[in-house]
Design a protein around this ligand. Structure first.
Ligand SMILES: [Zn+2]
Length: 512
């Protein structure tokens, strides 16, 4: 089975901050989870590089727009490398493959009579790169997002007959039995979209005269394609719309789009209309997440309170930074974060719970058996319980994009195993019953191995480190794939009786 997942392409007037990181890590966690579940995953991310804002930003730095985009796009790539993001492809909208893709889409829509010329006058927010009606603005006539007054622009543009798709889109968003049902999560955002759709759709301008930094219309080179339309088509280009027909057939449609709530309208209304116009199947699911504030205030470059991937990694390490970013606030809701909150969660979940679990088992095995636990009766009871708890909740939560809940499931199972150790009190068995002590350690190791396999999507490196520490057998990814396929624990466990354990430094040093 295939699974095609996307992040939005990020606008290169900004550098990666925790908002971008959140969407991208969440997508990566889901992509890795699907791979473990034997899906053939295509994971696309990239950068959005056209539009008036980019043109202005590059001029301000005395650079050509292309050079500016090259540099900014490279920074996003570096950030994703730092955060261990396992994307399949990175698309840039200034690439040739995308230019031909956009030209083809516009030409087909035009050939089908869905594009027409019209004189137009409306309020345009350059910050948003979109037109607004007066009713969309606040009481001062400003854009809600930018707090600036949009300018009145008058142009003769090429319009797309968006209005003719109103009922078809409504049907696909509201009817779960429709064969092209487009699921939107969370429910409240889905309802907002439905409410807005019911008010009616107006045709939308698909081109600009004044924006030079863009893709020229194939039939009128004086105008460029509206940057949002250009951007949405990236999801098609990325899997080979023009350059690789077989790949496109294999992966299309998109199974999951992840994004922040401010761009949901484009993905749930405009993109479906384009796809219907082209006669292509619609994306299947959209997960829209909320906004972050930092210590109660909006994060922005000008306020200088943006958390960069580098800062997170410097403080917590890569795997913990990934884990904390996607689990600190409930997926879908707005949330306030703070360095204190991040550190508190790091200490609670990782240093005190997970790190402590691994270290106490290893310590006692080192003290009593010099890290070589002798052959004993193989008790898989604890492993089976661990497996059963996780199977019930974690899988459902991951499939619903509820990553913070899936992480809570993991934490409660770690707590469960920690409690079992308290109950067994293996340190009391030292010298009195070494056989039973070895059997206890054996059973803990199996439970930790299972926890480590569920951790892979969040912590790709530390999960493997734990696998080594416990002396588990085989390539971890392969063993995990087999385990997730049939959820059967091997008869003699993952770490063999007689396993050679490894010492390690502290997995998650406490942070003050
Ligand atoms: Zn705006």
């Amino acid at each position: 089975m295939k699974f095609y997942i996307t992040t939005p392409i990020y606008y290169v007037n900004d550098v990666a901050h925790i908002g971008h990181s959140y969407t991208t890590i969440a997508s990566d966690v889901i992509a890795r989870w699907k791979r473990l579940n034997n899906y053939d995953v295509f994971f696309l991310t990239g950068t959005d590089e056209h539009g008036a804002k980019i043109d202005a930003a590059s001029k301000a730095k005395c650079k050509t727009p292309q050079k500016f985009c090259d540099e900014m796009s490279a920074k996003f790539k570096e950030a994703w490398k730092l955060l261990d993001i396992s994307y399949t492809d990175f698309i840039r909208t200034t690439e040739h493959r995308h230019l031909v893709s956009v030209e083809k889409v516009i030409q087909i829509l035009s050939d089908k009579g869905l594009i027409f010329k019209k004189k137009y006058e409306s309020l345009y927010c350059v910050g948003c790169e979109r037109f607004y009606a007066q009713k969309d603005l606040d009481e001062n006539g400003c854009c809600h997002l930018h707090q600036t007054k949009p300018t009145l622009q008058s142009e003769e543009n090429y319009f797309f007959k968006l209005s003719s798709f109103q009922n078809a889109i409504l049907e696909r968003i509201t009817n779960p039995n429709h064969e092209e049902y487009l699921e939107i999560q969370p429910e409240e955002r889905r309802n907002e979209i439905i409410g807005k759709l019911k008010l009616g759709l107006e045709d939308i301008s698909f081109s600009r005269i004044a924006v030079e930094w863009g893709i020229p219309l194939p039939f009128d080179k004086r105008q460029t394609v509206y940057v949002w339309v250009d951007a949405l088509i990236n999801y098609m280009t990325g899997v080979g719309y023009i350059e690789n027909e077989n790949r496109f057939k294999k992966y299309w449609p998109v199974d999951a789009h992840l994004m922040a709530k401010d761009i949901l309208w484009f993905h749930s209304v405009i993109f479906p209309a384009i796809l219907m116009g082209l006669g292509l199947p619609l994306s299947r699911k959209i997960y829209s997440h909320g906004f972050f504030t930092l210590n109660g205030s909006k994060m922005s470059k000008s306020l200088g309170n943006v958390i960069s991937p580098q800062e997170l990694v410097d403080k917590y390490g890569v795997d913990a930074a990934r884990y904390l970013t996607v689990t600190l606030i409930p997926f879908g809701s707005d949330g306030d974060i703070s360095w204190e909150g991040l550190t508190l969660k790091y200490n609670e979940d990782l240093a005190n719970n997970l790190g402590n679990l691994v270290s106490r088992i290893i310590k006692i095995a080192e003290k009593c058996f010099d890290l070589h636990v002798p052959y004993v009766e193989q008790n898989l009871e604890l492993a089976k319980n661990t497996s059963a708890i996780l199977k019930e909740n974690f899988i459902v939560n991951m499939d619903n994009g509820q990553l913070h809940k899936a992480a809570q499931d993991l934490q409660s199972v770690i707590t469960f195993v920690n409690r079992q150790i308290e109950t067994d009190a293996p340190w009391k068995l030292i010298k009195t019953d070494m056989n039973k002590l070895a059997a206890c350690i054996y059973s803990y190791l199996q439970a930790v191995d299972i926890i480590a396999m569920y951790l892979i999507p969040f912590m790709p490196t530390i999960s493997k480190k734990i696998w080594q520490i416990t002396g588990a057998r085989g390539d971890m990814d392969e063993v995990a794939k087999k385990y997730f396929l049939d959820s059967i624990i091997p008869e003699n466990g993952f770490s063999p009786s007689n396993a050679q354990l490894q010492v390690f430094g502290i997995l998650f040093p406490r942070i003050c």
